[in-house]
Design a protein around this ligand. Structure first.
Ligand code: TYM
Length: 333
């Protein structure tokens, strides 16, 4: 059976950037591709590459699990699990660290960005992060990995590691293809529209979280940075602010940019932003309702247990095979 895999770090509350750039696509793919097996996870091991308070981390892990389901992932179709509950990810990551090079990891732009922000030193985990991500992926032999644009470089490294290991150890891994949406693969910050909307941005006005109340959602859209031209036109090079809002509008409503531009011809930002605020809230309202039902339910634990058990089954087998090919331990009978 073909497979699709992806994950999200529980480093902060889920925002509409991550939702539109990844989770919404997982749901679409799950509905469109009934013949694929899906593995979707909470990348909690990645979240400790930079220190996180224990209580906060626990809360964010559970919140993300509930939000995945609330956003429409079907637990009957998707193996949903928590990365740290599947030990083979870390074990495989070590094998990949022995098959990747300092130079290639030093080139990762996300590492460079994050390393610059660390005042108390950069952990080895932050540096080796892409090898863990490669392990998360390759251990499942997925055909496709849906991600946002910022993960493209990590996916390229993952493919390089797969090819390298296949050459050395005789075709162990499937070389996966990234699936990056044409529209919405990079939703930008509402306060700085040339930068990515991020869970870890200190400025709360930069994003809308999935669990934000209606008044905050509308306020954030209203105060989103645009320009002084006052026309609703998609032009990401010259007019990143309004183009970012048009992207959010288009991904949620499925309307092409041209149609949205026509609809707001002769109208200003005020009306467009009011409509967009209502559209975003309409999208998030059912998610919030389902989230509230799920967050303290037994159902959520059962879903995570089931996902974990299936993930362990697949990964233990693949890890044993990989170790055998490398020549570790005793030869398998
Ligand atoms: P993370 O947690 O930063 O983001 C999760 C997913 O959401 C996408 N994304 C966005 N897309 C559009 N606009 C945005 N503003 C935006 N912000 C985030 C990301 O591209 C990503 O697809 N290293 C990964 C998590 C990970 C993973 C994996 C992903 C760990 N192992 C294996 C896929 C496969 C990360 O930090 O994503």
């Amino acid at each position: 059976m073909k497979r699709i895999l992806s994950g999200i770090q529980p480093t902060g509350s889920l925002n509409i950037g991550t939702y539109l750039g990844s989770v919404k696509n997982f749901v679409k793919l799950q509905d469109k591709l009934p013949d694929y097996e899906f593995f979707i996870f909470i990348a909690d091991l990645h979240a400790i590459t930079v220190y996180k308070d224990k209580q906060v981390l626990r809360k964010l892990i559970k919140e993300l699990a509930a939000l995945y389901i609330a956003c429409g992932l079907d637990p009957e179709r998707v193996n949903l699990f928590i990365q740290s509950e599947v030990p083979a990810h870390s074990q495989m990551a070590y094998l990949f660290q022995c098959n990747s090079y300092m130079g290639e990891l030093e080139r990762m732009t996300q590492f460079k960005d994050k390393a610059r922000k660390q005042e108390k030193g950069v952990t080895v985990g932050l540096f080796s992060y892409p090898t863990l991500m490669a392990a998360d992926i390759l251990i499942y032999d997925p055909d496709f990995v849906p991600v946002g644009k910022d993960q493209k470089q990590h996916l390229e490294l993952t493919r390089d590691i797969a090819v390298r290991m296949n050459n050395k150890y005789n075709d162990i891994f499937t070389v996966p293809e990234p699936l990056i949406a044409e529209i919405g693969a990079k939703i930008n910050s509402l306060s700085n529209p040339t930068a990515k909307m991020s869970k870890s941005d200190d400025n709360e006005k930069s994003r809308i979280n999935l669990l934000d109340p209606e008044n905050i959602i509308k306020k954030r859209i209203k105060s989103a940075i645009t320009d002084s031209m006052g026309t609703v036109k998609y032009d990401p090079e010259n007019r990143p602010g309004i183009s970012n809002l048009l992207t959010i509008y288009s991904v949620i409503t499925n309307m092409p940019f041209n149609d949205i531009e026509d609809k707001y011809e002769g109208k200003g930002y005020k009306e467009f932003k009011e409509d967009l605020g209502a559209i975003v809230f309409q999208e998030l309202k059912p998610i919030q309702e389902r989230y509230n039902e799920l967050i303290n339910s037994k159902e959520l634990d059962l879903i995570l247990d089931k996902g974990r058990d299936r993930a362990i089954q697949v990964t233990e087998r693949k890890l044993a095979k990989t170790m055998d090919r490398i020549g570790l331990g005793r030869k398998r009978k």
